[in-house]
Design a protein around this ligand. Structure first.
Ligand code: G
Ligand code: G
Ligand code: NA
Ligand code: MN
Length: 253
């Protein structure tokens, strides 16, 4: 695992690189991507978040790192706004609870949006239930401010935390992201299927979209489609890929 000092240097020297994992609709059409960060370490090569998110969180570097990732996503959106295949793609950016609770979070996001010229309607912030578990009044206020800027929210890893249903109703949440632990055995485990059906029904009642993550097999997607799931992410549609690989795959004739 990497040290805090190395990570600080990585941030200063732009060693972090956004990877993109495709998100598709029921027909398999590309609708967006989740931004997943990688560290191009000068000696150790490409590192996955597992090697450095822990130290980023404990050191507080997750905050500047989060803004760097958001800024890179905005820059990419602007670049893609001129590309036929990607003009309307949404980008989902992970936001840690620690970053979200910064007093100037909304102002920083607004400032990056305006300096980049990215369309806020195409940006989705992925937050987890642990973010909502903080002071709900201030969380709610912040989410509403960001929503006014055009930003939308997806509730990541849904079903694994402790969401109060009241929060789902009160907060401007556009999408629930069904955690991949329910998707993995959905073809054989009746409980997992029942949980997914329940999440989809709940979301429909509240007017919230759903996306299933961790979809690896065609049969899983077919079952998810049959119970009303609209959007999908998982190795079946692509692993997290560099910008070059992602673009090549979706623009190849
Ligand atoms: O990319 P990978 O499949 O290894 O992701 C592992 C974990 O790292 C996931 O939980 C993901 O949410 C987290 N992660 C990836 N990129 C970012 C990021 O830019 N910010 C934050 N806060 N977490 C990230
Ligand atoms: O929810 P979170 O942000 O943690 O999700 C991102 C993580 O999920 C990344 O580590 C990514 O590589 C992983 N992931 C994405 N799709 C799949 C999949 O189909 N199967 C598995 N096992 N992991 C996946
Ligand atoms: Na995520
Ligand atoms: Mn998730």
């Amino acid at each position: 695992h990497q040290t805090e000092n190395e990570l600080r240097i990585a941030l200063e020297n732009n060693q972090l690189e956004p990877f993109y994992q495709a998100q598709v609709d029921a027909q398999g059409g590309l609708i967006g991507a989740e931004v997943l960060i990688r560290w191009n370490h000068p000696e150790r090569g490409l590192l996955a978040p597992a090697a450095f998110i822990g130290v980023a969180e404990s050191s507080g570097l997750i905050v500047p790192m989060g803004y760097q990732v958001f800024a890179m996503a905005c820059t990419q959106l602007v670049a893609w706004s001129g590309c036929e295949f990607a003009r309307k793609l949404t980008l989902a950016v992970n936001i840690s609870a620690r970053q979200f609770e910064e007093a100037d979070f909304t102002a920083r996001i607004a400032s990056i949006l305006s300096s980049s010229g990215a369309n806020p309607e195409l940006l989705k912030l992925e937050i987890t239930e642990s973010t909502l578990a903080r002071d709900i009044e201030s969380v709610s206020l912040k989410m509403l401010e960001l929503r006014k800027l055009g930003i939308t929210f997806s509730l990541d890893d849904f079903g694994t935390g402790y969401s109060s249903l009241t929060y789902l109703k009160r907060l401007p949440i556009k999408q629930l992201k069904i955690d991949r632990c329910f998707v993995r055995d959905v073809l054989v485990d009746h409980d997992d299927k029942a949980i997914i059906v329940t999440i989809i029904a709940l979301a429909a009642t509240l007017g919230i979209d759903v996306i299933a993550e961790g979809v690896e097999e065609q049969e899983q997607q077919a079952l998810l489609v049959s119970v009303g799931c609209e959007s999908f992410q998982g190795f079946l549609f692509g692993k997290p890929e560099s910008q070059e690989v992602f673009e090549q795959r979706f623009t190849a004739p």
